[in-house]
Design a binder for this molecule. Structure first.
Ligand code: PLP
Length: 385
């Protein structure tokens, strides 16, 4: 896209679509073509586009008081923190607000330094963001290598491999960070019992257990954060993406004793926890609750995965709720994603063999049926070429 290429840095590559409006699960491009948005701003627009509850909350707030900084309290900020604390089911939890997933993980990294320890264990192929601290946690060499030297003392072990964790986590470890389901790596679900075993290991060694719920959070997997099915709690939860329903908002929630590690002056953010973004988040949470979207996502996700698994050429379907990876037997994922776009559906070719979908939680049964039809036709078209 010429104008993009001439004015924006080359870090993203050149987009093939220019989107100008959206309603629910549908977006419209500058030429008036409509697309069923099964990527939702990369797992972000949990209520879809222009949801009336978000529009109303944001409009009211921006026309009342837009920004105050963290020198001053604001009712939305305190209400949202209280709501998130109640969702953790730990009344001792405390929240730090920021603007993105990378910043939430930066905050977790800094929090872990306050334990007096510096070693960290993260996982290979994980994604925790692009700023230098978050990139140091990220386990993808292609993204890390051009920016070395990164933060020292961070070891990456294979995801889901408890044996490897046991070898690396010790009483010198400040924190262990994992995604409850790896999103960017291609929607990788850990083996049964992994999160629980990590909890035990962190209890034994005193390392903080950090769950990066940036992608799994805010109802996407059918739970609020994405780890609840395991029955355990981490020491730290990081959130962003769905939290602001499309507005830039991140959070680092520390539970239990970890909640007391930060002291005045330890960390900060000018925009973090802004009245407008927190108004959006409160509207998002209230809508998810009022419309019973967690239950809906759990049930519809199971059905959607079962339907996708029946499509010829699909090797496996994995994930939870509306965070789904579709793996092909052949390296056709990117071509299928391009074909879907031509046919009016937006998905993400995660790798050569995996397509990721993350539709908004409000997507209707009819839209899901339409998606399955177009997706199956697109796979068929690509495979029969
Ligand atoms: C699990 C996870 N953590 C962190 C991030 C970084 O979030 P952001 O792009 O908002 O910095 C992402 C983004 O994809 C993510 O999926």
């Amino acid at each position: 896209m010429k104008q993009w290429d001439q004015s924006l840095q080359a870090n993203y590559g050149s987009p093939t679509l220019e989107l100008v409006s959206g309603k629910g699960a549908v977006v419209t491009d500058i030429k008036g073509n409509e697309y069923l948005d099964f990527l939702a701003g990369i797992a972000t627009n949990v209520l879809g586009h222009a949801h009336p509850a978000v529009v109303k909350a944001v409009t009211k707030q921006i026309s009342t008081l837009g920004h105050v900084s963290n020198f001053y309290a604001h009712p939305n900020v305190m209400a949202l923190a209280a709501k998130l604390i109640s969702m953790t089911e730990d009344k001792n939890a405390r929240v730090f607000f920021c603007n993105s997933g990378a910043e939430a993980n930066e905050a977790a990294l800094k929090l872990s330094r306050k334990t007096g320890r510096t070693r960290i264990v993260a996982t290979k192929d994980s994604f925790h963001g692009r700023t230098m601290g978050a990139l140091s946690l990220t386990g993808q060499p292609g993204k890390r290598d051009p920016f070395k030297p990164l933060i020292k003392g961070i070891t990456h072990v294979p995801y889901g491999d408890m044996g490897a964790m046991l070898k690396k986590v010790s009483k010198k470890t400040a924190m262990v960070i994992v995604e409850p389901i790896m999103g960017e790596a291609g929607v990788i679900v850990p083996p049964h019992g992994y999160l629980q075993a990590l909890r035990e290991l962190c209890d034994e060694t005193g390392a903080l257990l950090v769950f990066d719920c940036v992608q799994t959070g805010m109802g996407r997997t059918g739970d609020w954060f994405g780890y609840e099915y395991s029955g355990i709690k981490p020491d730290v939860i990081t959130l962003a993406k769905g939290l602001g329903g499309g507005l830039p908002l991140g959070a680092m929630i520390a539970l239990g004793d970890a909640a007391n590690l930060f002291q005045p002056g330890d960390h900060g953010s000018t925009f973090g926890g802004n009245p407008v973004t927190t108004a959006a988040a409160l509207a998002v949470i209230e809508t998810i609750e009022n419309k019973s979207l967690l239950e809906r996502v759990s049930a519809a996700g199971v059905e959607l995965m079962a339907e996708l698994a029946l499509i010829d050429g699909v090797k496996s379907v994995r994930g939870a709720g509306f965070l789904i990876g579709i793996e092909f037997s052949e390296p056709i994922a990117k071509i299928v994603a391009a074909q879907c776009q031509k046919s009016g559906v937006l998905v993400n070719g995660n790798s050569e063999t995996v397509i990721r979908i993350a539709p908004p939680l409000i997507v209707t049964d009819r839209e899901i049926a339409r998606f399955i039809k177009i997706f199956a036709e697109s796979v068929d078209k690509v495979r029969s070429k």
